[in-house]
Design a protein around this ligand. Structure first.
Ligand code: GN1
Ligand code: MG
Length: 380
């Protein structure tokens, strides 16, 4: 835990305007610690607000490389937003660099040292501007919002379609199910928290779908499904909307790297269409809403239909099953490991998440024919 004074000292390592008034926690992130920094101008009025994040370097082994990815991607999108007459300060994240005077001589030699601060505990910090007047959701409350969310991710991907710089892979094998199964096999063998015997049924959910998931991923490996620059964590809480429900910008760019567009689509469907919560204890609350699926799909394809290949479109609906399956696997794997990856609020939180996401997966499987039809109808 950091004291207020320590947090203030960390915030001052970045180029902020005004005097820091208050720093407090923000949002429900599972990986990083997120804080909001309030400032006052010299005449005592409210100054700009900032997001200060402790980036989890156990999850992201190369924070400097990751921050450089984010800097490159946001600069690219800023140019696009400006070219279409939008507001580059609100329609894309703005990275706040280090206050130049605070960069020590020995830091200067390190790559991208203007983009992050490493404190004496070895923790990494980064900052961006808080976008005023933005709204976030944990749940899509209407198909209209889902449509806008789909459009927003479609536009984000289109803006990055001509991004050609090399991005570092911030979490190797992030949505690669072949790699996830390798980790899974090791976690099962280790059984670090001695929990495997108590979750035999849950383990069988994973094993029974191994082949179909690997078959999908081999299409990415063979190039039949192309790799593109994607976000990779498109749940609804990672989108800022304005007060009218229009997408302002996509946040949480830590996992922005080369993957398939389908993963962004699938991960969004996992979150927008769920009638319950990601960690619902009452499984009767959980199902995939076909109306939300239709709305998100239509919004997304309104931006992307002409730039996706036929194979991508054929597998679009399946990607929701793929990512939801992967999430079941990741939550259960963390439960087996003794809850070392995701932040948890109570003892069996990861198991509750596993079961709730599995119920969602089953609901997708049951409605798969209708999902395929939604895509087909839109395209015809
Ligand atoms: C994590 O960081 P956050 O809370 O936006 C996770 C995602 C999961 C999600 C589950 C880097 O996202 O992959 O889908 O939790 N991010 C990382 O809600 O693992
Ligand atoms: Mg997030």
């Amino acid at each position: 835990m950091y004291t207020d004074d320590q947090l203030k000292a960390i915030a001052c390592k970045f180029e902020i305007a005004g005097k820091i008034q208050q720093i407090k926690p923000l949002g429900p992130g599972f990986i990083n610690d997120t804080l909001i920094v309030k400032t006052l101008t010299s005449d005592g009025n409210a100054g700009p607000r900032y997001i200060l994040q402790r980036k989890n370097h156990l999850v992201f082994p190369d924070v400097p490389g990751m921050m450089n990815n984010i800097a490159m991607v946001t600069a690219h999108i800023k140019a696009k937003v400006a070219a279409r007459g939008g507001d580059p300060d609100r329609e894309v994240l703005t990275i706040v660099p280090r206050n130049a005077a605070s960069i020590a001589e020995e830091e200067k030699a390190l790559p991208h040292s203007n983009l992050y601060y490493k404190d004496e505990n070895g923790n990494f910090w980064a900052m961006c501007l808080f976008i005023e007047g933005s709204v976030t959701y944990e749940k899509a409350d209407s198909p209209a919002l889902a449509y806008k969310g789909g459009q927003g991710i479609g536009r984000f991907q289109s803006d990055l379609a001509d991004f050609t710089q090399e991005l570092s892979e911030t979490i190797p094998g992030f949505h690669n199910i072949r790699w996830r199964f390798q980790q899974w096999d090791e976690a099962l063998k280790r059984d670090a928290a001695s929990r495997a015997a108590s979750v035999k049924e849950e383990i069988s959910w994973i094993e029974s779908r191994r082949e179909e998931m690997l078959d999908f991923w081999s299409l990415v490996e063979s190039g039949a499904i192309p790799r593109r620059v994607t976000h990779n964590d498109t749940k609804i809480s990672n989108i800022l909307f304005d007060e009218k429900g229009e997408v302002l910008c996509v946040i949480d760019l830590d996992t922005c790297m080369s993957s398939t567009s389908l993963n962004d689509f699938g991960d969004a469907i996992r979150s927008y269409t769920n009638t319950g919560a990601e960690d619902d204890r009452d499984l009767d609350n959980v199902a995939m809403s076909l109306d939300m699926f239709r709305a998100y799909t239509q919004g997304y394809l309104s931006e992307r239909r002409d730039t996706m290949t036929e194979t991508e479109l054929d597998w679009l609906a399946f990607s929701a099953r793929y990512i939801t399956f992967e999430q079941v696997l990741r939550f259960l794997m963390d439960y087996l490991d003794g809850d070392v990856y995701y932040k948890t609020k109570y003892a069996d939180h990861n198991l509750v998440r596993t079961r709730a996401q599995y119920r969602l997966l089953q609901s997708m499987e049951q409605q798969y024919d209708q999902m395929l039809k939604v895509v087909k109808d839109f395209l015809s």
